[in-house]
Design a protein around this ligand. Structure first.
Ligand code: ARG
Length: 298
């Protein structure tokens, strides 16, 4: 089946913030299980790949705003970790990853200068309450519910402050526990897609969470399980939205033939962007954006 135009899909207005990888490097060992210090980053290549990603988004109608990179903060390009943003409110992350902690003040300033109602998790959480922003918090396509991932870089205790700050009910936000260090953030093992499907790698979660995901996504055929290989290719680390042409798109760095076939069959257009320089840091497409315009009342 060829890709169909989506006539009546819930078109949630999306805009993302990105940080150019001007200072990107892989120098901090062990922030996640994928980081390879043995292979040097080709910064020119990284800049080109990032620029191609941004242009791809813009050409498809996804607006991007830019936050200025800061020298020395080599992971800042992964802006997904900056904050959770909803209804013009931004909850700034408290990074578990030590070398990334300084990013928060820069991200907080960026959001404040643009008029967001800003709070810092550092101030409202407990001493051990870490949460790495949008990397662990994903809305479904119509913003009717949310997934919150914890167990690796994010603490379960971030759940309550998130609910309080965004005025969410427990029933709106599904907690899922991550149990495999290769899948160290929710956004590397689960992605809600623009037509209501959710792709996920079940091995990244405990059994209760897999059941929760399957139950929540309504019918099993809306929940699409990825293989370990697809998971490790960072296929879940994708960005999905309705394009200005009315296509339901999924942008990722890699789709297996199997996954591409499944998604195309469901009506998605798969767009692949080479992002190999960022994979050296354990990051991919979704890590490079934070949603900044999601509004529940639109
Ligand atoms: N090297 C970065 C880190 O470990 C990669 C972050 C990727 N971000 C993400 N949202 N998955 O912090």
């Amino acid at each position: 089946m060829s890709v169909q135009k989506v006539a009546n899909a819930a078109k949630i207005y999306k805009k993302v913030m990105m940080v150019p990888p001007v200072h990107f490097d892989v120098i901090h060992k062990g922030l996640n299980a994928h980081m390879k210090l043995s292979e040097p980053v080709d910064r020119i290549k990284a800049l080109k790949q990032w620029e191609t990603l941004r242009t791809t988004f813009n050409n498809l109608g996804l607006e991007t705003e830019i936050c200025r990179p800061v020298p020395g903060l080599v992971d800042m390009v992964f802006s997904a970790n900056s904050a959770i943003v909803l209804d013009n409110k931004a909850l700034i992350a408290k990074m578990n990853a030590h070398p990334r902690r300084e990013e928060s003040e820069h991200f907080a300033r960026w959001f404040r200068e643009r008029g967001f109602d800003v709070e810092e998790l550092e101030k409202i959480g407990k001493a051990y309450t870490f949460c790495e922003g949008n990397a662990e918090f994903s809305p479904t396509h119509d913003l009717s519910s949310f997934f919150f991932g914890f167990g690796q870089r994010t603490a379960e205790s971030a759940y309550e402050p998130i609910l309080d700050f965004f005025d969410l009910n427990k029933s709106d936000v599904l907690k899922v526990r991550l149990v495999d260090e290769r899948f160290y953030h929710l956004d590397v093992c689960l992605a809600p897609l623009a037509l209501g499907h959710v792709i996920f790698y079940p091995g990244a979660f405990d059994e209760v969470s897999v059941k929760r995901i399957n139950d929540a996504v309504g019918s099993r055929d809306k929940a699409i399980e990825l293989t370990l290989e697809e998971g490790l290719q960072f296929s879940c680390n994708c960005v999905s939205f309705i394009s200005n042409e009315g296509d339901a798109v999924v942008v990722a760095s890699k789709f297996s033939h199997r996954l591409r076939n499944i998604l195309e069959e469901l009506g998605y257009k798969c767009v692949e962007v080479n992002y190999d320089q960022f994979l050296l840091s354990g990051g991919s497409v979704r890590c490079s954006v934070v949603d900044i315009a999601l509004q529940r009342d639109q």
